[in-house]
Design a protein around this ligand. Structure first.
Ligand code: BTN
Length: 334
């Protein structure tokens, strides 16, 4: 079952978050909600059971002094207040895959946009049908659902655009910038910190349902993963300037992804895509190999074309385009 706050709890949390260094009087809250001060106190008690703590001082009111340390729907919703995204948040404790849950919700007629977030996944999926390890603590598994009515040819650019927007958000919290390994990996120092999985359902020749799934290792990597993956994985916390509050990070991610989606729909993303791509493209100028089934093509990565296909200058000097494939980087060029 999805967890969320009642409208009254949200009003209380928003007021307290807007005055984090001061106090909010119980009578002001009561007046705002048109309820008694006892009713406010009851809401506070309920919020305490959900990981919030309040300091109550006579004649001054309440101050927020503890916030949930793990993913919290009321906290995320309160942080998203008035951000204009209109994106609803469905937080689940455990699900098979947030992408699958988003697909089920869309098929059932749920109004988009919304985001499905889970604390853990039992069948998290990555590209090529691979498993996405989805440990219970400290990481983020989120799937955004949209109904865009776009031509299918624009899907690849969509994932790249989302990837650089998310790199930009992550970079703002970290000492070193992450890089994007075409088409869907977020890496620090050649170790994976996140991956994206975009899936779509078509109606004749337009995309009817679009699901953008992102898995980010926020604060756990090595210890929570099987040994062979741990050696190639890292997490945002290992590169962050200060400790990352998973709820604030999630709210920022939801805001960024939704505004990036709007910019993608109206075409204004093109104004910034090239700059961000140049900033975060991990492959450009590197010796790489693209594997497509049994075929392996080696060469120098040379950016992307307008449709988001990877460009590679092969050993004979020809420019080749790849719309799909798995990229490996020649270690000597790292
Ligand atoms: C990859 O690197 O191959 C993509 C990984 C994508 C994982 C995320 S976690 C949230 C969403 N739900 C899934 O089952 N997969 C994506």
């Amino acid at each position: 079952m999805s967890e969320s706050a009642t409208p009254s709890e949200l009003v209380i949390l928003r007021e307290l978050l807007a005055n984090e260094t001061g106090f909010v009087s119980g009578s002001a809250l009561a007046a705002k909600l048109g309820v008694s001060r006892v009713a406010i106190w009851q809401h506070m008690e309920k919020l305490r059971t959900r990981g919030f703590g309040f300091q109550a001082v006579r004649a001054r009111g309440y101050r927020l002094n503890r916030r949930p340390a793990t993913l919290s729907a009321p906290f995320i919703e309160a942080l998203l207040a008035n951000n204009g995204t209109g994106c609803r948040v469905l937080l689940l404790d455990e699900v098979d895959s947030t992408n699958d849950e988003a697909a089920r919700q869309l098929a059932a007629g749920e109004l988009a946009p919304f985001v499905v977030i889970a604390r853990s996944q039992t069948r998290g999926r990555g590209r090529f049908g691979r498993q996405w390890q989805s440990a219970k603590v400290g990481n983020l598994y989120a799937s955004f659902a949209f109904r865009p009515q776009l031509p299918p040819g624009r899907m690849q650019t969509f994932t790249l655009w989302m990837g650089v927007v998310i790199c930009d958000l992550v970079a703002s919290l970290c000492t070193s910038a992450p890089g994007l390994k075409w088409p869907n990996d977020l890496l620090f120092d050649n170790k994976k910190a996140g991956g994206m999985l975009t899936e779509a359902r078509m109606d004749s020749d337009t995309i009817r349902d679009l699901i953008f799934g992102i898995g980010l290792n926020v604060s756990t990597a090595g210890e929570a993963l099987p040994e062979e993956i741990a050696a190639r994985a890292t997490c945002l916390a290992a590169h962050a300037t200060e400790s990352i509050d998973i709820n604030r990070f999630t709210a920022a991610l939801i805001t960024r992804v939704n505004s990036a989606y709007q910019a993608f729909l109206d075409g204004t993303f093109r104004d910034t895509f090239a700059d961000l791509w140049n900033r975060f493209d991990l492959l450009r100028g590197r010796q790489i190999a693209v594997l497509q089934g049994e075929t392996r093509v080696a060469g120098i990565a040379s950016g992307v074309d307008d449709e988001g296909a990877l460009l590679l200058r092969d050993e004979a000097g020809r420019l080749q385009r790849f719309r799909a494939g798995e990229v490996s980087i020649d270690k000597s060029t790292l």
